[in-house]
Ligand binder design. Structure first.
Ligand code: ADP
Length: 261
């Protein structure tokens, strides 16, 4: 990726990263990390070289979702080496640097921001087709740092239906637009419940207001993800039946993402 003007930090010349996808949400707990993992796993399955940069410092759940929480990061004087999952996804996360994943990161903003920048400059990602950045939720300091310093090709916004019509998503969208980062679109997570017997989609929220919101904000709906057990346990179901369900639901969304960047 070519660095933009302004505050962009330098690319590490040893890394060749083709596309950077940021995954953002207006607030925590809406499935941003889950979607980051689905994107990464989906792209990896298609044979792409994929990495995840976990910039969600206060809730760094990527290592747990990918079953690598006990892995240790190797480093030399100049570089940090990402941890690789069994299926070959490269990962860097605050949690991989902490001795105990239950301990909070009690660092102040500037130190956290500097560390996130290091995840871009000092991690030896090597060659990647896609780097997925799991952004911190909301519009705070660290989200700003990521947008300001890493050349993101496109942002995927993750939201639950009831937040779409409040200012929560609008704020995050407006922040990205002010920073001149293109938004690929919105994924509506926990959008409906899928009946396990008859496969009927049971919608709980009014979609009319949501469609109006998307239109008003000029946002593309990339797809909807149901609230299902298979997705709540993605860390435990890398293989088998449940993988197929995820594939079926997520592949069309993934196609919408890759087509757009
Ligand atoms: P965030 O990164 O936005 O904080 P997470 O990805 O950690 O959110 O998801 C929050 C919780 O909701 C997790 O326990 C996750 O397993 C669950 N979850 C997310 N999406 C779904 C879904 N579509 N169906 C069922 N559970 C989900």
């Amino acid at each position: 990726s070519k660095p933009k003007d302004g505050c962009m930090i330098e690319n590490n010349p040893l890394n060749k990263i083709n596309k950077v996808i940021g995954v953002m949400s207006g607030k925590g707990g809406v499935g941003k990390s889950t979607v980051s993992v689905l994107i990464a796993k989906g792209l990896r399955k298609k044979g792409y070289k994929v990495g995840i940069l976990d910039a969600d410092i206060t809730g760094p759940s990527i290592p747990r979702l990918l079953d690598i929480k006990d892995a240790e990061v190797e480093s030399t004087e100049n570089f940090l080496y990402p941890v690789e999952t069994e299926d070959g996804i490269k990962v860097m996360s605050f949690n991989l640097l902490m001795e105990d994943e239950n301990q909070p990161v009690i660092w102040r903003g500037p130190i956290i921001s500097a560390t996130v920048k290091q995840f871009w400059t000092d991690v030896l990602w090597d060659e990647l087709d896609y780097l997925i950045i799991d952004m911190p939720p909301g519009t705070g300091d660290v989200a700003l740092t990521v947008m300001d310093s890493i050349p993101i090709n496109g942002l995927v916004m993750v939201s639950i239906p009831q937040d779409m019509v409040s200012m929560i998503v609008a704020k995050a969208v407006n922040m990205a637009r002010k920073m001149n980062i293109s938004i690929i679109g919105v994924i509506q997570n926990m959008s409906y419940v899928l009946c396990p017997n008859c496969n009927e989609k049971i919608k709980i929220y009014d979609t009319e207001n949501i469609n109006k919101f998307l239109e008003d904000m000029n946002l593309k709906l990339l797809g909807e993800i149901p609230m299902v057990k298979e997705i709540s346990n993605i860390s435990n179901n890398s293989y088998g039946e449940s993988d197929k369900i995820i594939d079926k639901i997520f592949n069309p969304i993934l196609e919408n993402i890759t087509k757009a960047i």
